[in-house]
Design a protein around this ligand. Structure first.
Ligand code: ADP
Ligand code: MG
Length: 468
């Protein structure tokens, strides 16, 4: 039976990210599964309550998927089985399930102890409650996708259909797509029918319907909705039968003027194993990308999440976390949740030193920062110019451009100030600021260019790893 827990835990790791997983799921002890009820033990009451409020739905869904039927979860702590909290599984086949837990689904069936999750009327009860526009921080990395999402939420089925949102892991695709769902539902008196579903669940339901000979019901269910949000469509790659069915679903919704929202970790043309006709459909509306957040946006996200957690967070601590964790927003959140928990357990105030201690292991594994010298060298190599030229006063167009890229990366990846960076290039700070703005603007407007810059960043990471 432990195998089931292992697999469910792996699923949770995928959804939560490594940090939250290790902090909250790893320490849980799986006691057993009996009568469709899994008993899971937390180290103490605080821990139990925390997991209960945030991860119970996810745990139920993950276990239900692995067991193959709805499973209840009983969360205990220490050996006080009497003090357990439990809830009923929200079947994965539930039409409005978001398949990712996070407060979805079982809202109405919760015991009253979880009053923090009491359904708010303006939100779709079947969607993750935290993923709203109000809780989404807009920065230069995501403002286009955000604007597109709002346009679709306000005028569904009109201009941008489908809306295709793509970007790396943990950058807010599911959050934005869910926010559209909430808005569509809340903004209409007759409560538009919104169906949010991970592509994986679409496939599972299709397989189930084929097996039970219930394809009529399946088609009805999808074609009757006002809006369909399919999350992580890259998952459809290579699944021919599912693609075929989705193609028909898509056409039927689209021709009725119903909104379709898709998310993916890649642009359609980069999804290998996607049929051409589906790719054409995906490309026929608006494609919007989400890039990794810059420092300012990371700080804003941390501050917003801290406020939502009621965690007083001095701005220098927010900056400290933002500077040291840049991988993705999910990891940022993981750090913050750990801080909040430790602060509340130890009743301490959060200072930079407290954060440094609390996040010690997480932050060191994350980013060893490159220094200015390394960046200059890697950039010179990348563009096949001499390091001496990069640092010289030469003004040929190509060399000047490489220098601007190097300056930009120094500002982005190190803690050095504009004047300090200027010094390393024998220039003054205004030249560095100018270079930084120029490159940042180009990154925002030119995705091919952005890919090149990301490639340099990966090379920098690799050179760091080799040096370590
Ligand atoms: P993805 O689907 O792209 O992998 P998610 O939408 O699941 O990423 O986002 C991961 C976590 O980061 C979520 O908890 C989400 O709320 C948070 N997040 C991502 N971007 C933002 C943002 N711009 N503002 C606030 N929270 C964000
Ligand atoms: Mg997602």
């Amino acid at each position: 039976m432990n195998g089931v827990w292992q697999k469910a835990a792996d699923r949770m790791r995928g959804t939560l990210g490594q940090v939250s997983y290790e902090t909250w799921i790893g320490p849980l002890n799986f006691v057993g599964l009996e009568n469709r009820t899994a008993t899971v033990e937390a180290p103490n009451k605080f821990f139990r309550d925390w997991v209960y409020e945030r991860y119970l739905d996810l745990m139920r869904q993950s276990l239900s998927v692995e067991v193959g039927e709805p499973v209840e979860v009983k969360l205990t702590f220490g050996h006080e089985t009497g003090a357990s909290l439990n809830g009923t599984a929200n079947g994965v086949a539930n039409g409005h399930s978001n398949g990712h837990g996070h407060g979805a689904g079982a809202a109405g069936k919760r015991p009253s102890a979880a009053s923090a999750d009491a359904p708010r009327r303006e939100l779709h009860p079947g969607l993750a409650q935290r993923y709203t526009f109000a809780e989404f921080v807009v920065g230069s990395s995501n403002q286009f996708a955000h604007a597109a999402a709002q346009a679709v939420a306000n005028r569904p089925g009109e201009k941008y259909n489908p809306l295709f949102i793509y970007g790396g892991v943990g950058l807010g695709k599911t959050h934005l797509a869910t926010a559209i769902g909430h808005h569509l539902w809340a903004a209409s008196n007759q409560r538009r029918k919104v169906l949010f579903m991970p592509a994986e669940v679409f496939m599972n339901e299709l397989i189930g319907s084929l097996r039970r000979d219930k394809m009529g019901e399946f088609k009805d269910k999808f074609r009757r909705v006002d809006a369909l949000i399919l999350d992580d469509v890259q998952f459809l790659a290579g699944r021919d039968r599912t693609q075929e069915e989705f193609f028909h679903t898509f056409n039927s919704l689209h021709s009725d003027g119903h909104q379709i929202v898709l998310t993916s970790d890649k642009v359609p043309r980069d999804i290998a194993g996607l049929e051409d006709r589906l790719r054409n459909r995906f490309e026929s509306g608006l494609i919007a990308d989400i890039a990794p957040p810059d420092l300012e946006t990371r700080v804003a996200i941390i501050q917003k999440k801290a406020a939502l957690e009621n965690l007083p967070l001095p701005s220098e601590v927010a900056l400290y976390i933002a500077q040291n964790v840049s991988a993705n927003v999910r990891e940022l959140e993981g750090c913050l949740t750990r801080l909040a928990a430790l602060a509340s357990m130890s009743k301490s105030t959060v200072t930079t030193e407290f954060a440094r201690q609390a996040l010690r292991d997480l932050i060191r594994t994350h980013d060893a920062k490159p220094d200015v010298d390394t960046i200059q060298k890697v950039v010179a190599d990348f563009f096949h110019i001499r390091l001496a030229d990069l640092k010289s006063k030469k003004r040929t167009q190509h060399i000047a451009f490489c220098r601007q890229v190097a300056m930009y990366l120094c500002r982005k990846l190190t803690d050095s100030s504009f004047p300090a960076i200027g010094e390393s290039f024998g220039r003054d700070h205004s030249t560095v600021i100018h270079a930084h703005n120029l490159i940042a603007r180009r990154i925002a407007n030119d995705s091919a260019f952005r890919f090149s810059i990301e490639k340099i960043e990966r090379e920098l990471k690799a050179s760091q790893a080799n040096a370590a």
